[in-house]
Design a protein around this ligand. Structure first.
Ligand SMILES: [Zn+2]
Length: 385
């Protein structure tokens, strides 16, 4: 709160549109975000891709040597664009025998498209372990996340990340691949700037486990898979958790989507003014995420379009100016029908939803205009080059 009074407003990265209000965002002395610096390295050829390839081959060999199962690695999947790229890279490039592990959404949340995409991925020739969790506990934790943190996805992210680790220990497959290092793709700094994913559980939203979301009737007894296994179990299993995206030269949202669509991925067809999503290929397995991206926008002043534009500017797909236009036009958009669907699911009134959402409005990110409406609080010169 005091920090807000010292440096009010959103500053944007000078090269892309990454906002200073992103949790854990650190700009360098020149006001440039870590994503832009990483992408510069990529473009200028400082990255030695051959060395990275050799590194991931060594990791793959380690996985083969240390597994006690016939699978030599676990690939965490949802069935989306990144899953397809990872699974096929592990199998076809690294010549591994992966076990895919996914946490499936409850039927009330899972979009038919998501079920079809996961089925499509499996049909490409994989053994897959899907774990579904008690829908009532799922809903209660989600509801708590929304009310207590303005973010329903806290508990579900915990399960999505922890389940593969439980599987790794249970099946004695110590090598676990995750997709992308969020430091490198959106600039959220809670890990190392490399392929090591072992600090994942310190992430902004999943740190600390689900206990703060416990409410009447929900205990440890109900939430096994929302917790990472104890550190000593993880150490005894000698797990290695790796961001596979770090080792794949053509890893990006767009390139992964193109690759996955060519392999049968179905994407959203609704326009960005409804979804706050420029291209419709992110998180296509359910629609509540659209509501959560809008909540993120209310909290921090940026949503999914910002994330997409950061990547697109760095990929040379648009200028910073064009990106800013798209952010202004579409960021934070979420059609009322998604909100209504979400409220029906949680069993709350829409008025309650908006009241809670409003209570999380970030005072760094927003200011009142003359007529009492909320305006993004861009710091001086934030939208100039
Ligand atoms: Zn940047």
């Amino acid at each position: 709160m005091t920090a807000a009074s010292i440096t009010p407003g959103i500053r944007l990265c000078r090269q892309c549109v990454n906002p200073s209000t992103r949790p854990n965002m650190v700009f360098d002395a020149e006001g440039v975000c870590p994503v832009c610096r990483f992408e510069e390295e990529k473009r200028t050829g400082i990255i030695d891709w051959q060395a990275r390839r050799a590194e991931i081959e060594t990791i793959a060999a380690w996985g083969r040597a240390n597994t006690k199962a016939s699978y030599d690695c676990i690939v965490t999947v949802s069935g989306g664009k990144d899953s397809t790229k990872q699974a096929l890279f592990a199998r076809d490039e690294l010549k591994m025998n992966p076990l895919l592990v996914s946490c499936v959404y409850p039927p009330e949340q899972l979009h038919e498209r998501g079920a079809q995409n996961l089925a499509n991925l499996i049909s490409l020739g994989f053994d897959t372990l899907s774990i579904g969790l008690d829908p009532q506990v799922w809903k209660t934790l989600m509801r708590q996340g929304f009310f207590k943190f303005g973010n329903w996805a806290r508990s579900t992210e915990m399960a999505l990340y922890a389940i593969p680790i439980h599987a790794a220990i249970a099946y004695k497959i110590p090598l676990v691949f995750y997709g992308e290092n969020p430091v490198l793709t959106i600039g959220e700094r809670h890990g190392r700037v490399d392929g090591d994913a072992s600090r994942l559980k310190l992430g902004n939203t999943i740190h600390g486990g689900p206990e703060p979301l416990f409410t009447d009737g929900i205990t440890h007894f109900d939430t096994h898979f929302y917790f990472y296994p104890p550190d000593e179990d993880m150490e005894a299993a000698q797990l290695r958790m790796i961001y596979l995206g770090y080792y794949i030269p053509d890893w990006s949202g767009h390139q992964n989507a193109e690759f996955a669509i060519a392999h049968g991925l179905q994407i959203r067809s609704e326009p960005p003014e409804m979804t706050g999503d420029l291209w419709g290929f992110s998180g296509v397995d359910e629609d509540f995420r659209l509501v959560n991206q809008m909540l993120k926008y209310i909290k921090y002043g940026f949503g999914h379009v910002t994330d997409q534009v950061v990547e697109a500017i760095n990929a040379g797909m648009m200028t910073r100016e064009e990106g800013l236009e798209l952010v202004k036009k579409y960021d934070g958009k979420c059609d009322r029908s998604y909100v209504a669907q979400y409220c029906r699911y949680l069993g709350i009134h829409e008025a309650t939803f908006w009241e809670i959402a409003e209570s999380y409005r970030g005072r760094d990110a927003w200011k009142k205009d003359d007529r009492g409406g909320w305006q993004l609080n861009l710091a001086e010169s934030a939208d100039r080059t």
